[in-house]
Design a protein around this ligand. Structure first.
Ligand code: ZN
Length: 369
């Protein structure tokens, strides 16, 4: 029963910092009982902790018609939240960490497979480390253990099919100056003044990016933010260094390199104006967006099954990695993203049950022989 599966999943603490071995062992047992072949893809994370991506197949093949994808990890929870690992039902809602993000979807996928046997190959893909940068999905996208035709990626969308998502990129910009007593400007060069000039150029770049419109999104263009800045050591010293964090969310029709190139051009302009200008760029993250045509059979099917028009989101999901495996991908799941990642996370029971039915229909249609 779906609520029991969800209660089992919520009971297993699978915060991203811990190994997900326990929840994977549980999922393996469930998949074995469904007659699926399971395969582990383990790796050691940056903190020396074992993480496992798990793939369960209805047919022992390399190419599958449909993949249902859910991440096994959750964000941390307040230790004082008693329901965090003890699924609790109240007023038609099930409360617990991961109830909507994304254990509810996993419970729905397992329940759907109890009711329909796929004629064509189907895969369940359970990933690790989604909440800390889609790391598990990126490993799978590199290893390419599967070719996938259609993919349904679980995330709380209140059962609205999401057919496109913006990418996510980060760069640390380190501007160098020369320290000197602030009473003697000729002896030094302020990294803070230099960074300020570069940031003013970035503000113009942000305005310029609004010209490249992608109507399916809100906002309908690539957005750019400088969320962090740090520079200098004392009020009377010219700053020797100023660093800031640049973040941008590219529309999927734009390469994630585009903003990086604009940044480099802005730096080159600064160097032209001030040959002493020095700056390093550490581009640490380049997650691409994804887009599936509104005419895709998968989008059409999910719109019909849910009665909800397909939409887009401005945050990163594992759909981009599934596209790397060849899939037309859609993100969908029970619960509201605004309820995820906070104390009191819940999934409405009716949405949870409808999700299982939507997945059952999807399997029946896409995997019929
Ligand atoms: Zn999630």
């Amino acid at each position: 029963m779906i609520k029991e599966i969800l209660a089992d999943l919520v009971r297993i603490d699978s915060v991203s910092t811990r190994s997900n071995a326990e929840i994977v062992a549980y999922l393996e047992r469930r998949c074995d009982a469904l007659g699926l072949v399971t395969r582990r893809f383990p790796y050691i994370d940056d903190h020396g902790v074992e993480k496992i991506n798990l793939i369960a197949l209805s047919h022992d093949v390399h190419e599958v018609e449909l993949a249902l994808v859910g991440h096994t990890d959750t964000v941390p929870y307040d230790p004082n939240w008693a329901e965090a690992t003890n699924l609790t039902e109240r007023d038609g809602k099930l409360y617990g960490r991961g109830a909507c993000d994304t254990k509810g979807f996993i419970a729905a996928a397992l329940t759907a497979l109890e009711k329909v046997k796929p004629g064509k190959p189907l895969a369940l893909v359970f990933t690790a480390d989604e909440e800390v940068g889609l790391l598990g999905a990126k490993k799978l996208a590199q290893a390419k253990p599967l070719r996938v035709r259609y993919s349904i990626v679980g995330e709380p969308t209140s059962l609205r099919p999401i057919r496109a998502g913006k990418g996510y990129s980060l760069a640390e910009v380190i501007v160098k100056g020369r320290e000197a007593h602030s009473a003697y400007p000729a002896l030094g060069a302020s990294a803070v003044f230099r960074a300020a000039r570069l940031i003013t150029r970035l503000e113009s770049i942000a305005a310029q990016l609004e010209q490249d419109q992608h109507a399916a999104f809100d906002p309908s263009y690539t957005t750019l933010n400088i969320g962090l800045i740090h520079g200098g050591s004392a009020k009377n010293v010219f700053a020797g260094e100023c660093r800031f964090t640049l973040e941008w969310r590219p529309v999927p029709t734009q390469s994630s390199e585009h903003v990086l190139e604009l940044l480099k051009a802005a730096i080159a302009d600064e160097v032209k104006a001030d040959p002493d200008f020095q700056c390093e760029v550490d581009a640490s993250r380049q997650d691409t967006g994804f887009e599936t045509s509104p005419h895709s059979p998968l989008v059409q099917l999910l719109q019909k099954a849910t009665g909800n028009e397909a939409g887009t989101v401005a945050f990163g999901t594992e759909a981009a990695q599934m596209m790397t495996l060849g899939a037309e991908a859609v993100v969908i799941g029970p619960g509201d993203i605004r309820e995820a990642h906070r104390t009191g996370e819940f999934v409405p029971v009716d949405q949870l049950e409808r999700c299982a039915e939507v997945l059952r229909q999807s399997i029946a249609q896409l995997c019929s022989v």
